[in-house]
Write a protein that binds this ligand. Sequence first.
Ligand code: HH2
Length: 267
Amino acid sequence: MHEHRPLVMGILNVTPDSFSDGGRYFQRDEAVRRGHQMVAEGADIVDVGGESTRPGAEPVPEAEELDRVIPVVEALSGQVRVSIDTTKEAVAEAAVVAGATLVNDVSASLWDVAARTGVGWVAMHRSGEPATMQDDPHYDDVVAEVSALLFERAARAASAGVAEVWIDPGIGFGKTLDHNLALLGSLGDLVSGGYPVMVGTSRKRFLATLGSGPDGLPLAVDGRLPGSLATATWAMAQGAGMVRVHDVAATVQAARLVGTGRTDSRW
Ligand code: HH2
């Protein structure tokens, strides 16, 4: 019987400076090995990125980003669906030529590339640029503003001819703890827009303080699996069709639990 469950996207950062796995998969061989491992763990999609978007991260020149990601996309795309996590048009295009079939776009602006090349597109909401986005984020109504922007971009992409459009509230991208919690708490609003919703909470900073132990100290990145899993499970239970995670095996188990009994085929 075909399994109906939300999709799990495994994160593969080919970077020296990503907040969680920076440096671990910077060597090409290590990156490809990790990609294979995530496939074995049940990842539906592997998301290859060559530029960190963490708060304060420095931009990466295009040639450098291409050099990081393209060989890895080529090596994995025969075995699993690959998405390219980039905000650069040229990198997205080259990755599609190399075999990627989804553009994961944290700037929510590359729908033309997806339309032109016939691949899927993820529109993520962010406020500001990585260098300053966490300085003083402000919204009058975070849920309404994020939803409105995503629905508007998704509609533009659909009318440009993109057949597969995902929307993502961009947890941690120019958002305080309260903003993140409001967005997670009202995921139903996003889901009701009719576009499949993707959510990324994995190991993010807001879990450090929320999940701190009796000592009150923030949790280090490698202590955030419980919070990551809890929030991914919450998101899937609210109707998210895909979660973007570092810990693939554990999240696939959770996705199966959430998917039990589902017969719809939104994902
Ligand atoms: N989060 C990150 C990067 N890309 N894409 C989508 N669609 N949604 C997200 O929430 C999202 C994303 C940040 O996480 P990570 O890739 O682990 O870190 P870094 O940006 O430092 O490489």
